[in-house]
Design a protein around this ligand. Structure first.
Ligand SMILES: [Zn+2]
Length: 83
């Protein structure tokens, strides 16, 4: 059917969901979504996943993990100077 249109939508999906796509492109993608159940399911799923992700609290990095991270980044001198 309209596989090329589906491909086009999927290629621009990240920008569309992030609100970075142009109004023209958004209208084009929404027109496709109106007639394509498959793509609508994909977009709905990604929207829910994205909303869930944004609702999660920022994880607190335990000091030991931060120390390991700094060491692995070779920032141990930075650690010492701030202590
Ligand atoms: Zn489609």
């Amino acid at each position: 059917m309209e596989k090329a249109a589906c491909h086009h939508l999927l290629e621009n999906l990240a920008g569309y969901l992030d609100g970075e796509a142009s109004a023209e492109l958004c209208a084009e993608l929404e027109r496709h979504l109106d007639g394509c159940t498959d793509c609508r399911v994909v977009v709905d799923t990604l929207r829910k996943t994205s909303a869930l992700y944004h609702e999660l609290p920022q994880p607190e990095l335990p000091p030991a993990a931060r120390l390991r991270l700094y060491k692995s980044l070779d920032l141990s001198e930075f650690l010492n100077s701030s202590a």
